[in-house]
Design a protein around this ligand. Sequence first.
Ligand SMILES: NC(=O)c1ccc[n+]([C@@H]2O[C@H](COP(=O)([O-])OP(=O)(O)OC[C@H]3O[C@@H](n4cnc5c(N)ncnc54)[C@H](OP(=O)(O)O)[C@@H]3O)[C@@H](O)[C@H]2O)c1
Length: 304
Amino acid sequence: MTQPTIALTGGSGFIGGQIARMLVASGARVRALSRTRSGLDNGILWVKGSLEDKESLAELVAGARVVIHCAGAVRGRNARSFRRTNVDGSRRVAEAARASGTCERILHMSSLAARHPELSWYAQSKYDAEQEVIRAAGPIGVSIFRPTAVYGPGDREMRPLFQWLLKGVQIRLGASDSHLSFVHVFDLVAAVSHWLDSPLSKPAIYEISDGTLGGYSWKGLASIAGDIRRAPVRSLPISTPLLRAIAGVNLAIACLLRGDPMLTTSKVNELTHADWTCSNTAITAATGWNPQIKLRRALQERLF
Ligand SMILES: NC(=O)c1ccc[n+]([C@@H]2O[C@H](COP(=O)([O-])OP(=O)(O)OC[C@H]3O[C@@H](n4cnc5c(N)ncnc54)[C@H](OP(=O)(O)O)[C@@H]3O)[C@@H](O)[C@H]2O)c1
């Protein structure tokens, strides 16, 4: 029997790339959107186009029963640029899925940041995108994943921090008593796979982390790294005013060069937020998924 087509956005990125690999390995027919690739490659049929281009989105979702929307902007120099990609782009994907007449379910990759839209341009855009997708999808069942910070092979953001940690230096942002959470990309991809295999329940928002109760404190992270390297870890606190100053300079340079920076004055509020812990209760109840990789193991086995 021919497998149904799954349409994927963001397949050239860190998380979407791992999702694409899992889909191909599962035997699914994968059609993926890319701004640079086209044609068949490693089992993926690439549709050249962007979130701004309605025609390529129509081609992407034609005949697909499932749409996984994982494209998004994680860097940007103002609220407008995040909105353009994350909100307007997500709305167009949902509209195309609805217009296709074949799509039964959409998985929208949001972020735990959407829990606090007031914190940053990015967080606001991820929250607004969720609302737009639900509205534009109409009768199609929408599931929203809100993963916390994702790390693993292919990630460029968390990797340097973990590398420094294992060298004995902890770069600490925000208050010393903050609580963070993480999820390995392999676990996130397994959650997508479980979602695909589960009957669609009512539209829902699922927070996703590695399941460590209460998350990780800075002290806890240093202690894990200390155990692994069998040597102390020195904490290098960067005060919020200093981080804001660095972010201001970074943003100014990015504006001059027309680049898309990660660290901006807006991002600082997100980075220094005191509580990024979350619960997997809803996703586990809906799909049976449970994370397998805790940060200790990932650091020990260098799974990043
Ligand atoms: N990484 C994390 O820790 C994390 C945590 C929570 C949620 N998320 C969410 O997960 C999603 C993927 O993040 P990621 O870390 O994998 O980011 P990434 O590596 O930067 O990948 C982003 C993907 O989106 C695509 N994209 C961006 N703008 C596009 C446009 N206008 N048209 C078409 N494609 C576009 C990129 O395509 P190109 O290759 O053409 O640039 C790329 O495939 C995002 O929605 C992000 O908000 C990420």
